[in-house]
Design a protein around this ligand. Sequence first.
Ligand code: ADP
Length: 375
Amino acid sequence: MNKIAFIGAGQLALMTLPHAHRLGLLTVTVDTKTAPAHQLSHEQVIGDIQSIEVFHELLKIEGLTHVTLDIEHVSLDGLRLLESAGLKVSPSSRTLEVIQDKLKQRHRLQELGIPGPAFRAASVQEIDPEEAAVVKLPTGGYDGRGVWPLKKGPLPAHFCGSLLVEEEISIDKELAILIARNEAGQLAFYDPVEMLFDERLNLMATLFAPARIEDDLALQMKSYAQTIIEGLDYTGILAVEFFLTTEGALLVNEVAPRPHNSGHHTQVAADTDQFEQHLRAVMNWPLGESSLKSYAYTFNLLGESTGRCELANHQQWLGEPALFYQWYGKQESRPGRKLGHVTLTRPLNLDSKTALEQLISQKGRLDSCLKIQIQ
Ligand code: ADP
């Protein structure tokens, strides 16, 4: 029997593990003690995934055959150690090395002929505070925490060393597409999705699928995604994030080497969700049907304060039609921390305007009872 390890035991591993068990795999999770996916795996290795020691511990696990990731910020030397011991690591250390570093990633995408914002590497001293630019930490950032638009003011102190400076794009829409590839080269595409802006929270908060874009644009996104996944020799599921500019140009923002927020709706809106697809790709098994079965509208349940957290009022959600929710089982809430998500669906025989109006109004009605209780 194959045994697969997940480096990182966050919510993505948590949502993948039930598929692994259903498909007949044994599982191991590797992360610090409180990581939520440890609750579901057969075996656990406790430690820091950015240090090499935990990878030595993982090598002691009997019968391990495959390794994958729940987060990209892992020790590359650790992955190389596993590879040299003969384990199948997907995505590989060679591929991850390029993706982990936003600057290397930008260079590689440029080599592959993929359009993106103009960029350069620069130190803090080489950045003009008046530039219309967005400054990014090349490594370690996530959920926008390593991203600083200069129009917001002076760079925070933790922006130091060699930085990625990108021209500030005038964005009409933020779009994403998920693509999977197995070692045999089989590909599976999901339909493009769009992020919707939440006026109340003042952030890109909600996902709508399929994206309301012309067919030509959707085809162009698929074609870029294919060039990237093949060019990176990537196996597994890959999320490709795009900007559609106010001038109508399609630019790639970045890629994420794992299941992604932009694919959570596939849990209910596709025959094979992104988590199962990732496993199939990593195991080099045939990929599953990925076409969209309904309109979907997904939003995160975010922590608002710090403390032990639990869901409240969710009995009310369970009585809602076409509502699916996923709780991540994290013990601690922090402001902005992803604690779960909700997907609402509508049948595809509606036109997209009507479907979206209905979904927005359902969410509005639910907002008051979508509460996370903090102790
Ligand atoms: P993260 O990896 O933390 O998600 P991203 O690189 O995706 O960071 O950037 C987060 C957000 O910042 C994007 O979704 C977009 O809204 C904005 N952003 C990023 N790069 C640019 C850019 N070059 N121009 C304008 N906005 C940008």
